[in-house]
Design a protein around this ligand. Structure first.
Ligand code: ZN
Length: 136
């Protein structure tokens, strides 16, 4: 299991890293390191042939799985489908889910967990262009 490291922290931001997602093993939750208040983000990795060892369901939060590498199968209740690098799977509340790596290489993924129905304004309705000096 890789260790999450806090790299930079300011009044308005926190920068944490789990390191290389390609050498990653197991599951690493990010919220405590960054202080996120709107969602929980976790990095996961499954070796070839492995599935998460249990099915689970959420009462209030939906989950969005983003597959970064590898491929496999995803199950929601009794429905099963193929997933691969680039897949994004949204899973609603109150249903069972699991995923399995069927590729030769490990499957790495990110899971973002957030309160179902909580997204109000976003991008064009929530963001505004500001006049900050560019120091990059
Ligand atoms: Zn979950």
């Amino acid at each position: 299991m890789s260790e999450i490291k806090i790299l930079n922290k300011g009044e308005k931001f926190a920068h944490a890293s789990v390191g290389s997602v390609h050498g990653f093993e197991g599951k690493q939750f990010v919220k405590d390191a960054t202080g996120a208040t709107s969602c929980e983000i976790s990095f996961g990795s499954l070796p070839s042939g492995a599935a998460v060892p249990f099915y689970h369901s959420h009462k209030a939060n939906e989950e969005n799985y983003i597959i970064l590498s590898g491929s496999g199968r995803f199950q929601v209740n009794d429905e099963v489908f193929d997933i691969s690098e680039g897949s994004v799977i949204r899973v609603a509340t109150n249903c069972d889910r699991n995923l399995k790596c069927t590729s030769d290489q490990p499957m790495t993924y990110i899971c973002i967990q957030a309160k179902e129905g909580s997204l109000g304004g976003y991008t064009m309705t929530d963001a505004e262009i500001t006049e900050r000096e560019n120091k990059l």
